[in-house]
Ligand binder design. Structure first.
Ligand code: ATP
Length: 870
């Protein structure tokens, strides 16, 4: 197994849901080992090949669910981050539990705990479907030496050279990932719903991004999109890189899953193209190195102590021995000289032999006679004496220590021989003695010198060892320092990562905020855009209506031209027409109709249409015949609805021309479109005064009295209703018959016309009410409403219930505003308006109108009195 040789490895099971991924990878097989999945088998193999003493194995077991990593061995740990070493690219999961494993049983227990924590949910396809990706991470640290670290003999042999970088203890660090991916599935086929659709989306997202990475790796692309999902970030250093990867693809045999099977196999095929460049992960085992060096230092220290002690003992013994010898020498000398003197006195210089006891004879010899004998052999004097009774006994004198009879058989008793030395003999003896003494001294000096040398050697060895020791201490402290530096660097990196994370979070937050702002902006722009589009659509529709209308009118005019020409007040040649002066009397060109003229007019029409986008239509109004006038009026109407053009139209005399046409033309079509154009211009308050000033209300009232055409009446009612919204014009409007005309138009019964009339009265009453409030605040009275004089109040009090809802709302509003003015109280009571007010206060569809009615009823004591009275 490569993972035991220091290579990272990955085993990954991929396939459609329910096809046996978990079965292949995760089965425990507690009772039957043949049932075991890849996770358990892998661990079995690892256990069989590692040395329990020196190698370490630990596991983490995690699940990736909804893009969140959770620890399956400590499920309270969620949201575990995936951290990538920027230098080595190694992926780690800080915070996840890493449990050291001692044996297979422990592993099986942990796996069972992890499996219980793994999220499982049912789908129609598989009742035990895994809805998360499960990742078992096996961390293996193997010591390269294969020796017991605390083996003292091995430690004793470590030398400085061995501690050089080549001989540092190395560690093989590897990681085995066994991944049980969640099943790929199609939402429609799996029958999942609700929350599980979300799960499936996340699963499919991560599998898709895994597929993308595999594709990129297979194509040897320089960019691998590993950042797209947590799964690919987690597996970043475990597939397609420096790790050995095995992919297991599982497929369902049913033909129903043909497409899933095909896509799974294609995934596998693509994965097979990925080329891995496996890399050995070896690093210095600083921990064991440190331990080793400490053992080594201890060993050397104790060894030095031991040797020191030995040397001291030896020295002590030698000194003791030397002292003993010296004492013995002194003693012997002493004895010898005493005996010599004694004998000299007794025999007067003659030699004799004296028997002595064997003990005495052997005195000083101890158990080393032989050695001393041999020691003395070189320098001893052999004397032989011949005494009558005794055979000759040769005597050995050596070192002043012993003498032994030679020639066994002739004399069996030890004797001590004394003689009376002559001067010569004495000298000789002295000389001999001195020689022996010198030799003995020399020998001891030699021995002492040897011992001193030995001592010096030991001292120098000791000094060497101490030097080694201090070298090792330096090395250790250097290593400790470098570890500290590295730790410092790691801390800094961690801090940097934290800072980067913080920055990223704040950037994401600000981007989110900006995104929200932009969404709001987008929403409001969309709203605006929609309004503009609606407006444009409306304008376009209106333009088309007008164009249709023009075409209809053109046709009508072409057909009825003869009749029309006969009715026309002025007759003349259109080709020689005089101009229609602005604001002057009607000067419509007179002509006899001919085919050429009509065709000429048509040309003019198309010209006007072409130029329709310019305000030159006014000039055209003045210059051309009736057909042209009509077209010009229509175009004018079209433009009048566009406020930006209104000012130019009015400034260029367009309003004058329109009023002129209204006055002079007998044509119903012209009346209608002209009234429409004026109604549009009357929407603008700056035009309202001009229209009134030029007698517009009078002209409109006049036309209204003559026509029964509801469209024309609607336009006129709309124009007057717009003028009603300007309180400064109320008096003139009433004087010019505008109010009466409005009320008169009600007779036509057309709902659109009545609605415009009601709107006009509501505008009028509202403006009066506003002025009334201002006047009252200054302590003045306003007087009765102008509407009362024209019987409008009666109409409102009696008819509102019969009209459409929108018309009714206008009437109710107008009535309530009139009721705010105390000067109208009498008329309201007289017209039976209190009933109407009470009805409005209860039934009106608008709350503000109901409140207005209530306010009038509550604030006016006359109304209260009337209510009580009736
Ligand atoms: N080789 C097999 N022999 C017998 N039974 C099998 C085999 N493979 C799978 N099964 C059975 O099929 C069912 C689904 O298997 P499993 O849960 O392993 O599928 P899966 O691919 O992991 O599904 P999911 O992706 O939804 O988790 C299980 O009940 C399992 O026991």
């Amino acid at each position: 197994m490569s993972v035991l040789d220091g290579y990272n490895g990955t085993v990954m099971a991929y396939g459609q849901t329910g096809t046996g991924k978990t079965y292949t990878v995760g089965r425990l097989g507690k009772d039957d080992p043949s049932e075991r999945g890849i996770m358990v088998r892998a661990l079995e193999d690892i256990f069989a090949n590692i040395s329990p003493g020196s190698d370490i194995m630990a596991i983490s077991y995690l699940q990736l669910y909804l893009e969140t990593i959770q620890d399956l061995l400590a499920p309270e740990k969620t949201n575990i981050p995936v951290v990538e070493d920027p230098k080595t690219g190694e992926v780690s999961l800080p915070g996840s539990a890493i449990v050291q494993i001692k044996d297979l049983d422990q592993f099986l227990e942990l796996l069972q705990v992890g499996e219980a924590n793994r999220r499982a949910a049912n789908t129609k396809l598989n009742t035990e479907s895994s809805r998360s990706h499960a990742v078992l991470v096996v961390h293996i640290n193997r010591s390269l030496e294969g020796k017991k670290e605390n083996d003292a003999s091995s430690l004793a042999n470590v030398t400085n050279t061995e501690l050089s970088s080549h001989h540092l203890p190395h560690l093989l660090k590897s990681k085995l990932l066994i991944v049980d991916l969640a099943g790929s599935e199609r939402i429609d086929k799996s029958g999942i719903e609700g929350h599980m659709i979300e799960e499936t989306k996340f699963i499919n997202l991560s599998l898709t991004s895994l597929g993308k990475c595999i594709n990129a790796l297979a194509e040897n692309s320089p960019y691998i999109p590993t950042r797209e999902s947590k799964l690919t970030r987690l597996l970043r250093d475990s597939f397609g890189g420096t790790a050995r990867t095995s992919l297991i693809v599982t497929v369902g045999p049913s033909a129903r899953y043909y497409s899933e099977t095909a896509s799974t196999i294609m995934f596998g095929q693509r994965a097979m193209k990925v080329v891995n460049a496996v890399k050995l992960k070896e690093e210095v085992d600083y921990e064991s190195l440190c331990r080793k060096l400490e053992y080594h230092v201890d060993y050397l220290t104790s060894e030095t102590d031991r040797q020191q002690k030995l040397r001291e003992n030896e020295k002590e013994q030698l000194e003791k021995k030397m002292k003993e010898k010296e004492a013995f020498l002194v003693e012997t000398e002493k004895k010898f000289s005493v005996k010599c003197e004694k004998r000299e006195k007794e025999v007067g210089g003659e030699g004799w032999l004296e028997e002595v006891g064997s003990e005495e004879w052997l005195e000083g010899g101890g158990g080393k006679e032989k050695e001393q004998e041999s020691d003395l052999a070189g320098g001893a004097t052999v004397c032989q004496c011949h005494i009558d009774r005794l055979p000759a006994v040769p005597l050995l004198f050596g070192g002043g220590v012993t003498a032994r009879p030679l020639g066994a058989g002739r004399c069996h008793r030890p004797v001590r021989w004394f003689h009376r030395p002559t001067l010569r003999q004495q000298e000789l003896e002295n000389l001999n003695y001195q020689k022996v003494l010198a030799e003995t001294t020399q020998m001891y000096e030699k021995k002492i010198a040897q011992l001193i040398k030995q001592l010096e050697d030991e001292s120098s060895r000791c000094a060497d060892l101490e030097e080694q020791l201090s070298g090792m201490r330096d090395y250790l402290s250097g290593n400790k320092k470098s570890v500290q530096v590295q730790e410092k660097e790691i801390d800094e990196l961690k801090r940097e990562i934290l800072k980067l994370n913080k920055d990223a979070a704040s950037t994401i937050q600000s981007l989110r905020a900006r995104n929200n702002e932009l969404s709001l902006e987008k929403e409001s722009l969309n709203g605006e855009l929609k309004t503009l589009k609606d407006k444009l659509l409306y304008e376009e529709r209106k333009r088309r209506c007008l164009e249709d209308e023009i075409i209809i009118l053109k046709n009508a005019l072409n057909d009825d031209n003869a009749e029309y020409e006969s009715k026309r007040p002025y007759k003349g040649d259109i080709t020689t027409s005089s101009t229609l002066s602005l604001g002057g009397p009607a000067n419509i060109p007179k002509s006899n109709r001919s085919r050429e003229t009509i065709s000429g007019q048509k040309d003019t029409i198309s010209k006007i249409f072409e130029e329709g986008k310019t305000v030159n239509v006014v000039a055209n109004l003045a210059a051309e015949g009736i057909l042209v006038q009509l077209v010009a009026v229509l175009t004018q109407d079209f433009y009048a609805q566009q406020y930006v053009n209104q000012e130019r139209i009015v400034n260029e005399g367009g309003l004058d021309t329109l009023l002129l046409l209204l006055e002079s033309s007998e044509d119903a079509n012209i009346h209608r479109v002209t009234a429409g154009a004026i109604a549009n211009l009357a929407m603008n308050s700056s035009n309202q005064g001009l229209i009134m000033g030029k007698g517009g209300a009078r002209l409109l009232a006049n036309i209204a009295s003559k026509t029964e055409d509801p469209q024309t009446l609607r336009m006129i009612a709309g124009a007057i209703a717009n003028l009603c919204g300007n309180e400064k014009l109320h008096v003139t409007l009433k004087k010019d018959g505008g109010i009466k005309a409005l009320l008169g138009m009600v007779q036509c019964g057309h709902s659109d016309v009545v609605a415009q009339v009601a709107r006009g009265f509501a505008n009028f009453a509202k403006c009066e009410s506003r002025v009334f409030v201002i006047v009252c605040s200054k302590g003045h009275r306003k007087g009765r409403s102008l509407l009362i004089e024209d019987e409008v109040l009666n109409w409102m009090a009696t008819s509102s219930a019969t009209f459409s809802a929108s018309t009714r709302r206008h009437i109710e509003l107008a009535f309530c505003h009139l009721a705010q003015n105390e000067d109208n109280t009498l008329e309201i009571i007289r017209s039976g308006g209190i009933k109407e007010l009470i009805r409005i206060s209860r039934e009106s569809s608008r709350e503000d109108t109901r409140n207005l009615a209530k306010k009038a009823l509550d604030s006016n004591p006359a109304f209260s009195a009337e209510i009580h009275a009736t």
